[in-house]
Structure formats: structure tokens, C-alpha cells
Write a protein that binds this ligand. Structure first.
Ligand SMILES: [Zn+2]
Length: 121
């Protein structure tokens, strides 16, 4: 019985990412110096640390980069929730439930709008 070495798992993971459409960048992970990948959604990812790496552009400080990435994450979450709520709405027959779902949806859309306004400010 053979067990995978951590390095093998790392290489396999990188191969999987390439197969899924990620591209290898010329950047190195600040933590482990592994080559970084760019995911299809534009995020930069370290396959070894298994986490997103925030690339800080020149003239932008770390707290700003962190802040905008937190907003991006929140926006993604809101969009997913809006989608889920819309799906529920399509399949719901009960009027009371529909009203509740509608209230949820409008609250979510409201949050999304506020978020986008915050980012522009
Ligand atoms: Zn890393």
C-alpha cells in the first residue's frame, strides 16, 4: 500500500487546477514561494497553501487590498443568495411564503446596491 507524499498531492492539485482552466502566473506565493495560479474568476491562488493570495498593486496599501477583497467576497455571497432566493421564488406556490421570499430578495438587492455604492465612494 503506497501513500501519497505531500509533494505528490501538491503537484496533483496543481495539475487539477490547470485542467480546470486556471493559468500559471509568473508570481510566487509570499508564504511558500510556490508558483501562483490565476483562477478563471481572476483570483490569484496558491495551490500549496490552498488559499487566495491578494496581490497588492503599486500605490495601493495592504489594508486597501484587504478591504476590497472583503467587499468582493461579500458581493459574491450576496449574488449567490440572490440567485438562491430567485430559485426558491420560482418554485414556491404559497402566497405567504412568496411574500416572505420577496422581502428577503429585496433586502438582498438593497445590500448589494449599498455595497456597490460603498465601493465607488
Ligand atoms: Zn503558498
Amino acid at each position: 500500500m503506497s501513500r501519497n507524499q505531500p509533494e505528490d498531492i501538491h503537484i496533483k492539485r496543481m495539475a487539477d487546477m490547470l485542467r480546470q482552466g486556471s493559468t500559471l502566473t509568473d508570481l510566487a506565493c509570499p508564504a511558500c514561494h510556490s508558483p501562483l495560479f490565476r483562477l478563471k474568476n481572476g483570483d490569484v491562488w496558491c495551490g500549496k497553501c490552498e488559499k487566495k493570495v491578494v496581490i497588492i498593486k503599486e500605490g495601493q496599501d495592504a489594508s486597501q487590498a484587504q478591504g476590497s477583497s472583503a467587499l468582493n467576497l461579500l458581493e459574491t455571497t450576496l449574488l449567490v443568495k440572490i440567485q438562491e432566493t430567485q430559485d426558491r421564488m420560482q418554485h414556491e406556490q404559497d402566497v405567504d411564503q412568496l411574500l416572505k421570499i420577496n422581502a428577503t430578495l429585496s433586502a438582498l438587492l438593497d445590500s448589494l446596491e449599498k455595497l456597490r455604492r460603498t465601493r465607488k465612494a
